[in-house]
Write a protein that binds this ligand. Structure first.
Ligand code: ZN
Ligand code: FE
Length: 256
């Protein structure tokens, strides 16, 4: 039986560092490299040595430790073809629909532009896990720094086609503030109210609200619910296109 071990830990202020480890091959990878010290401590705590960094996008808070970890540990850095010039130390590029092996696991690359123009997510079918960084958050989605709303919408549409039980790891612990916005546009959603209460309890106890799942997000995350009649009524957009509803949600969140 294949088993992927996953270690998630807070880095910087609200970034997540994640290590994945295949106990059969003894390979370890970091999903992004927000903070050298936090990653080194997590490796030491588990007794793992780092072989790879899988970069999702070029933002500083996701690549900050690339060069230091490469120098110290000789890691191989894999990242998005479309952002290769902006990713320090990158060795190998991948793009949408590529896949590569990591020990016993196959890793599938999903192109998820929107937050940045070349950003990617890493999906591991045999671990029922996806790493979406700043594309999909729990109860939110990334800001649109480099792309218009329909590009992000298309990326999110790809992610929600993954099996509902897929675990979703995200780049930041933003869930509590996302919940406040979500409730403002979808106040009568019972699943959302329940999740918001859970999130409040977790945060009050300094516990992570992640990973989430695709199913949970589809029931609660307004940025995946552009089709929902109650949200549309609240926005006064009953007849609008999915694109326009999504763009309006993103605009309101930016100004929330
Ligand atoms: Zn980012
Ligand atoms: Fe980020």
């Amino acid at each position: 039986m294949k088993r992927l071990e996953i270690e998630q830990f807070i880095c910087r202020n609200d970034n997540y560092g994640v290590l994945i480890h295949d106990p059969e091959s003894y390979l370890t990878a970091a999903i992004d490299a927000p903070d050298e010290r936090a990653i080194m401590e997590a490796l030491e705590a588990r007794g793992w040595s780092l072989d790879f960094i899988f970069t999702t996008h070029h933002h500083q808070d996701h690549v900050d430790a690339n060069l230091a970890l490469k120098q110290k540990l000789g890691v191989t850095i894999i990242g998005p073809e479309g952002e290769k010039e902006k990713i320090p130390g990158i060795d190998r590029t991948v793009k949408d629909k590529d896949s590569f092996t990591f020990g016993l696991f196959q890793i599938e690359v999903i192109g998820t532009p929107g937050h940045t123009a070349g950003g990617i997510s890493y999906y591991i079918p045999d671990a029922k896990t996806v790493f979406t960084a700043d594309t999909l958050f729990s109860l939110g989605c990334g800001r649109l720094f480099e792309c218009p709303p329909p590009v992000m919408l298309h990326s999110l549409q790809k992610l929600i086609k993954l099996p509902p039980e897929t675990a979703v790891f995200c780049g930041h612990e933003y869930t509590q503030s996302n919940a406040r916005f979500a409730l403002s546009v979808d106040p009568d959603n019972a699943a959302l109210k329940e999740r918001a209460a859970e999130v409040q309890h977790l945060c009050a106890n300094d516990l992570p609200t992640l990973p989430t799942t695709i199913a949970k997000e589809m029931a609660t995350n307004p940025f995946l619910r552009w089709h929902d009649q109650r949200i549309r009524r609240n926005l006064g957009m009953m007849e609008a296109s999915d694109k326009d509803v999504f763009a309006e949600l993103r605009k309101r969140k930016d100004n929330f």
